[in-house]
Design a protein around this ligand. Structure first.
Ligand SMILES: [Zn+2]
Length: 598
């Protein structure tokens, strides 16, 4: 895959995009982010002397720190669970990001404008960056309007009436789009934002007389994607518009189905909890955060999608769907349950009493009462059966509900858990447990037959990687001693080091590169574990000397083995002269190998 680096065009001149390889860009992003800073944002690190830091591992539970970060090598390694890597790996594993998202987050941190990945063509790469930049500008404009003494007064009054702490309002960057059709549009013009960009951002629409503001007389909510890019806005009407809430339309940076409101802010807390709350509205989410409940995400007016479910599942295994207990809310909750279990989440459903939404409920009863209700929220089967009460009066109705639940239960991979759910649904519907289990087995078989024709090859999970201790000590010594590294480089860089982790790591060290220039997982692991180990050896120079000798011997042995093959080939073709020459050569090599042993 390649990136297209786009130089910001000036004065309308077309600039040819400079092609940079992915590796260069990754190296640039990594070199402008210190891994210690990146990791410190998520956990507490203490100095362990020199460039080394230690902390409690975020990937396994422990009481004494075995998670080690090396500033010099820009790598981390856990001696407990062996998780390891560079800043990108850390963000992927810790924040549940994919490669691109992790790279983007690091680039954002360092203030680098990352060229977008190709795929949409170069022009859309450039447009993406421009749209994200314009989104930030527009958010700042809306915030200024909210703060403006006269203009912003009604919006400030409204927000005050909702009873949110000013920190929450600030943290989520709420703003105000004033009454009128040309406010933001005029501002954009004054900033030199092109009409095309303004229109494709969705913040202005095209009418008979040109572009006009999409958001008018509304409180605005910036919507971020999982890496914190500002991709869209939501707006709450302050007048008498029939649409109380509106969202930005989809744009090159905003795909509704892939964004959850609040996820960026909830990320860190989600990782520490085992469940997420899924609520519907902006104020529901803001109220939760305001009350100190930060493992919450919101859908904001759109039905839950599988993509959103997968986003949640990156962080937690369980989702509590919170909704107001009216008919529409219940219907939406039932639908959400099917989708969320479909991506492998355990789902519970929390219907708030008296048609309250989370905002009302927490405002009236407090966070503790809400969390107590959540603790008692029924699992999806109980909930589903309860909500299908109108149909369960007849046998036909009951079996129909059972079959709908089969579809959901079948999505779980754990067989024991499935059986438990089936027993539970039989119980709840007043059906016979054994016949339910039998029916479910038949249902699974039919389903498997259907899927056999559609399935892909299962992904191969490689065997666990083991690090050779001698290799690790050797590399750690070289990393800690420039003179020994020079010596090793001088002796070894011309040798044939065969294949494997050690060769990859030595090549990286000899070329002055870091962990990011190593391609293999084995190599990365050896590098990270060596960089982070506390070395305690008496005579490092002896170890290096021995290792150099054994590397040389290995090289000779490989040469000897190759000669053996050549001799066999020459014999087969009857080339006696060559055979004699090769045998002599091999004899010389073998003697050299013997000598190197003493
Ligand atoms: Zn660990």
């Amino acid at each position: 895959m390649r990136f297209a680096f786009r130089i910001v065009p000036y004065e309308g001149r077309e600039v040819h995009p400079l092609q940079n390889s992915l590796k260069d860009i990754v190296a640039q992003v990594l070199s402008t982010n210190d891994i210690v800073d990146v990791i410190s944002a998520h956990l507490q690190l203490k100095s362990a002397g020199g460039l080394r830091f230690k902390g409690l591992c975020p990937f396994h539970s422990e009481k004494t720190p075995s998670f080690s970060v090396d500033r010099g090598r820009q790598a981390y390694y856990c001696f407990g669970c062996e998780k390891h890597g560079d800043a990108i790996t850390f963000l992927r594993e810790h924040n549940g990001l994919n490669f691109r998202e992790a790279l983007e987050e690091l680039a954002n941190r360092a203030g680098i404008q990352l060229p977008a990945f190709s795929g949409g063509g170069k022009s859309s790469d450039g447009q993406r960056a421009e749209l994200l930049e314009w989104g930030k500008t527009a958010a700042a404009y809306y915030r200024d309007q909210l703060a403006s003494p006269a203009k912003g007064a009604p919006a400030r009054e409204y927000i005050k009436g909702r009873g949110l702490a000013s920190e929450t309002v600030k943290r989520f960057g709420l703003g105000f789009a004033p009454e009128g059709y040309g406010n933001l549009t005029g501002y954009a013009r004054s900033k030199g934002v092109s009409k095309a960009l303004l229109e494709s951002s969705g913040l202005a629409k095209r009418g008979d007389r040109g572009l006009y503001d999409t958001f008018r007389n509304r409180v605005t909510f910036p919507i971020k994607d999982v890496t914190g890019n500002l991709v869209a806005f939501g707006g709450r009407d302050l007048g008498d518009s029939p649409a109380k809430y509106i969202n930005s339309p989809e744009s090159p940076v905003y795909k509704k189905s892939r964004v959850l409101y609040g996820l960026f802010e909830a990320r860190d807390t989600l990782r520490k909890k085992n469940h997420a709350f899924l609520v519907e509205g902006y104020f529901d989410l803001l109220r939760c955060f305001d009350a100190g409940i930060e493992n919450v995400v919101a859908t904001c007016g759109t039905a839950v999608t599988p993509e959103q479910g997968k986003l949640i599942k990156r962080y937690v295994p369980e989702c509590v769907v919170v909704f107001d207990g009216d008919a529409a809310g219940t219907k939406a909750a039932l639908r959400a349950i099917g989708i969320l279990t479909g991506v492998g989440l355990t789902v519970r459903a929390l219907a708030l009493p008296d048609g309250n939404d989370p905002d009302d409920y927490i405002k009236a009863h407090g966070a503790e009462a809400f969390l107590a209700l959540a603790d008692d929220a029924p699992d999806f089967i109980t909930f589903y059966v309860r909500m299908s009460a109108s149909r369960t009066g007849t046998i036909e109705g009951r079996t129909a509900v059972a079959r709908e639940l089969f579809e959901i239960v079948a999505e779980f991979e754990d067989g024991l858990r499935r059986d438990e759910y089936i027993k539970q649904l039989a119980d709840g519907l007043g059906l016979e447990t054994h016949s339910c289990l039998r029916e479910f087995t038949r249902f699974l078989e039919e389903r498997a037959n259907r899927q056999e024709w559609q399935s892909d090859e299962p992904a191969y999970d490689g065997a666990p990687i083991e690090i050779c201790r001698e290799d690790r000590d050797f590399v750690a010594i070289l990393m800690g001693d420039a003179a020994l590294l020079d010596k090793a480089k001088e002796e070894l860089s011309k040798l044939d080091l065969g294949e494997g982790a050690l060769r990859d790591v030595l090549n990286a060290l000899f070329s002055g590169g870091g962990i990011s220039v190593i391609d293999t997982e084995e190599g990365k692991m050896l590098f990270a574990s060596s960089a982070n180990m506390e070395l305690d050896v008496k005579h490092p120079d002896e170890i290096v000397k021995e290792r150099i000798v054994s590397c040389k011997r290995e090289t000779l042995r490989r040469q000897s083995n190759r000669l053996m093959e050549e001799i066999a080939n020459a014999e087969r073709s009857g080339d006696i002269d060559s055979v004699l020459k090769l045998v002599q050569e091999k004899h010389r090599l073998d003697q050299e190998i013997d000598r190197s042993r003493n």
